[in-house]
Design a protein around this ligand. Structure first.
Ligand code: HEM
Length: 387
């Protein structure tokens, strides 16, 4: 989404902090305490305040709503991430295609950690690991030459915040120019990357498709970069606070894929997704009018005690089967296209920090700093100690 595949700016108001008695900072520091209070006071599906948006907090209700075709994704209007786009790019996201990238991901993690300070000096994870790793992976996937990648990093307004493929601003134009050059280069000389694949899919002359291809790349870039970088930050924080979990994973590498699902369940970067009701319907006994936006609080559903025992405990020993229903990647027809790729990056980081030559020894004394804004939850700064 992250989205990621997130809401459009005009819908952001609707996806703000669910009515909270304290400050924004208090909410961002621990949204889960608030979800818990809301659930205890008002149940799994509720209106946060009279006339407010419907909040869906329960796991069963969220999972059902994600699959309910009467509830539409806010971006369906422009059909980005729509069926045709999914079909076109899908081969690049299969587990086998992702497995083929794993070696390169592991190498990139090792390279970034090799230069990191060890011992008492703190290592800043967001700029030192999470962002450069995810940028390298998405750059590889799209087939962007190394020399051009700084042009992506120089477009922060495009890479964070809500996806808005229609917006025209200088950063978006810079990206459109970059993709235009890339399409020409890959048409002349195809390679094993997503842009070459798109061009093969649409046939020899990609020009009639240029705009929608560029939009697609833009969405993938946004979705693939921001949410994944935040997932890596949240994961390192969770591991930093759980020495027992690090030790367990150090001795049980086969449990890392399930542990990745567990940290994503526990602290997902995409906390809420919005849906618009195409017709009047009931959700968990609450009436929703046609045209109304409902908020599916994935992060609250992931901690629903009726779905999972002890949901507020991070337990890296949980099994994949137990965690199969976790909703950090959404569900239904808009299930995250990049889930396998995101999990591969998280697993590479987890494996390196629990078993590699440079290991995580804990978080440093300075408190983690969250980026402002919602519903994407991620760190602006995180200092850890490596050994
Ligand atoms: C841990 C990292 C990630 C998380 C937590 C995440 C989460 C999500 C969520 C919750 C959705 C569903 C949005 C909705 O239903 O409204 C979504 C959709 C999407 N994600 Fe991800 N995502 C991640 C990484 C990625 C990556 C690496 C890519 C691609 C390179 C990606 C591409 C997409 C796309 C294209 C969609 C739209 C799918 C559609 O609407 O059909 N995501 N993601």
């Amino acid at each position: 989404m992250g989205v990621t595949a997130g809401p459009r700016p005009e819908e952001m108001d609707d996806l703000g902090v669910p009515e909270h008695p304290g400050s924004h900072e208090e909410f961002v520091a621990d949204p889960y305490a608030h979800y818990r209070l809301l659930r205890t006071a008002g149940g799994s599906v509720q209106r946060a305040h009279s006339g407010g948006r419907l909040l869906v907090l329960g796991h069963r209700e969220c999972a059902a709503a994600l699959r309910d075709r009467r509830l539409r994704h806010p971006l369906e209007r422009v059909n980005v991430g729509g069926d045709q786009f999914r079909r076109m790019v899908h081969p690049m996201f299969t587990p086998a295609a992702v497995a083929a990238r794993r070696r390169r991901i592991d190498d990139e993690v090792a390279r970034l950690l090799a230069g990191a300070p060890r011992g008492p000096a703190a290592f800043e994870v967001v700029e030192g690991l999470a962002r450069p790793l995810t940028l390298a992976v998405i750059g590889d996937l799209l087939g962007l030459p190394e020399a051009d990648r700084h042009r992506l990093a120089a477009a922060p307004s495009v890479l964070s915040g809500a996806i808005d493929p229609d917006r025209i601003d200088p950063a978006a134009l810079e990206l459109a120019g970059l993709f235009g050059e890339l399409f020409e280069a890959r048409r002349a000389e195809p390679a094993d990357d997503l842009v070459s694949h798109m061009i093969r899919y649409v046939g020899g002359d990609h020009r009639p498709w240029a705009e929608s291809l560029a939009r697609g790349c833009h969405v993938l870039l946004r979705a693939g970069y921001d949410a994944t970088a935040h997932a890596v930050g949240n994961l390192v924080l969770a591991l930093g606070r759980h020495p027992g979990g690090r030790k367990f994973l150090g001795g049980h590498p086969d449990r890392i894929p399930a542990a990745v699902q567990e940290v994503l369940r526990y602290d997902p970067p995409v906390q809420i997704v919005g849906r618009v009701a195409a017709e009047a319907l009931d959700i968990g006994g609450a009436r929703v009018a046609a045209g109304e936006t409902v908020l599916l609080v994935l992060a609250a559903a992931n901690r629903d005690p009726e779905w999972l025992p002890a949901p507020d405990v991070l337990d890296v020993g949980r099994s994949e089967a137990e965690l199969a229903g976790q909703l950090a990647f959404g569900g239904g027809g808009h299930f995250c296209l990049g889930a396998a790729l995101a999990r591969a990056q998280a697993a590479a980081v987890m494996s390196a920090l629990c078993r590699g030559p440079v290991q995580l020894a804990g978080t440093s004394a300075s408190a983690p700093v969250y980026r402002p804004g919602f519903p994407i939850r991620g760190l602006a700064e995180l200092h850890v100690v490596l050994r």
